[in-house]
Design a binder for this molecule. Sequence first.
Ligand SMILES: NC(=O)c1ccc[n+]([C@@H]2O[C@H](COP(=O)([O-])OP(=O)(O)OC[C@H]3O[C@@H](n4cnc5c(N)ncnc54)[C@H](OP(=O)(O)O)[C@@H]3O)[C@@H](O)[C@H]2O)c1
Length: 271
Amino acid sequence: MSVRIVVSGATGWVGKALVVAIAQAPDLVLAGAVSRSAAGRDAGEAAGIGAIGVPVSASLEEALAAPSDVVIDYTRPDIVKANTLAALAAGRHVVVGTSGLGAADYEEIDAAARAASLGVLAAGNFSITATLMIKFALMAAPYVADVEIIDYAKGAKPDTPSGTARELAERLAEIRRPSTAMPVSDLGGVRETRGGTIGAPNPVQVHSVRMPSFVLSCEALFGADNERLLIRHDSGPSAGPYVAGTLLAARKVSGFVGLRRGLDTVMEGLS
Ligand SMILES: NC(=O)c1ccc[n+]([C@@H]2O[C@H](COP(=O)([O-])OP(=O)(O)OC[C@H]3O[C@@H](n4cnc5c(N)ncnc54)[C@H](OP(=O)(O)O)[C@@H]3O)[C@@H](O)[C@H]2O)c1
């Protein structure tokens, strides 16, 4: 049976590429599209592929008036939580691509999804190779106590750290051993230079670099006595890698209840 999908953020960098891919996929149906700037236009025309008979809605609420199974959100950090809760309240599974949510937001989303017996799959990075980077770092963490994360992006990126770095830090913090470095609170000098402290129970220091020439890169840097291990992912300029992983998530999200974080949780052999 086809999966009927609403794309929220349908005119964005990722959203447009999703509209094109869904229109071309035999097992997926574009059931709705949301963007304020393209409201009233045909979603295919707005994505540059010609009319496909799906009008763009001005709000998610309007798009949810038509039947659908899954909402995919690629909008902005300040509206993704409200969108996710609204989609769950309307009985839709949700794939969250938008970055910027924290652990407390995810707890609330998990509770709402469980109460509604629906699935939510959120990933800081839906690229399959970035997912492998996260997975390999999680595999290394039990063996090497010291790990810090460095994330690189263009200067205009509106949130920090990147969704990839944040998710990696939160997931590492759950399984890593305590750092052997001096606690940040005990340091003299400019403590901010040690980066942001993310996750529990054993948080991870995250350092964000913002400057021209980067698209999005993320490093997990492990250090042990007399040796280091660097696990790094670099994104190219196309949204293609995110589309493939996001549509895999859309096909799988109705198969479980509650929130899952990370594409690896639905990838065979990795979950
Ligand atoms: N998880 C991943 O793998 C991954 C990959 C890439 C990006 N991201 C994240 O995904 C998000 C979107 O990225 P992008 O580069 O595609 O962004 P973008 O190009 O800026 O697109 C944002 C989209 O959201 C819509 N939007 C913005 N504000 C809205 C509002 N208040 N109500 C309704 N729609 C709104 C915009 O349309 P209108 O302005 O016309 O409404 C546009 O269609 C970011 O948080 C980014 O960090 C995640």
